[in-house]
Design a protein around this ligand. Structure first.
Ligand code: ZN
Ligand code: ZN
Length: 169
């Protein structure tokens, strides 16, 4: 997924509109795996100012993931914005201070795949939960407490740990 910047060399062109889709099956981050259910939608533009080239994109990513508490698969949608200054990859930026997001271009092209994926991953909710209120599974009998009730009396000790303690004793 790339945008050809050469059109901006034309004095009369100030902006390139981009409407694109990034087709990817899954994204992994840490122990999480997101199944991407629709190509990631990327819409926005690259524009020229006196200071240089900038971009602003709206990104929409729909995915499925398993809930950390009840283990059920749920669907979610992340919407985020990728904006920043375009800078040539070969340029030495070590000694320059930029307090803005930098997006690299090489030659005439800016490759968006990596910055788009990074933006999506940064925008993910910290915890993968089907709902903030998810009750999870009963630690004793394993039923999904969102949909079922059980009669287990669970004290604070995880029964698996209690078993372990028994063995160690
Ligand atoms: Zn859940
Ligand atoms: Zn139970």
């Amino acid at each position: 997924m790339k945008v050809d910047l050469s059109r901006l060399l034309d004095k009369n062109v100030y902006k390139i509109d981009v409407c694109n889709e990034l087709d990817t099956k899954e994204l992994k981050i840490g122990t999480r795996t997101l199944k991407i259910t629709k190509p990631i939608n990327v819409q926005g533009n690259v524009y020229k100012t006196d200071e240089g080239y900038y971009t602003k994109f709206n990104i929409i990513c729909e995915y499925k993931e398993n809930c950390n508490r009840c283990l059920k698969e749920f669907t979610n949608k992340v919407e985020t914005i990728l904006s920043g200054r375009l800078i040539e990859k070969s340029q030495d930026i070590e000694n320059q201070d930029y307090d803005e997001t930098l997006i690299y271009f090489e030659g005439d092209n800016v490759y968006l795949e990596e910055p788009v994926i990074t933006s999506v991953l940064l925008a993910l909710p910290m915890k993968e939960l089907c709902s903030e209120k998810c009750k999870g599974l009963c630690v004793a009998c394993g039923v999904n407490l969102n949909t079922e009730k059980c009669i287990c009396e669970v004290d604070d000790i995880d029964p698996r740990l209690a078993k372990l303690k028994e063995l160690l004793d």
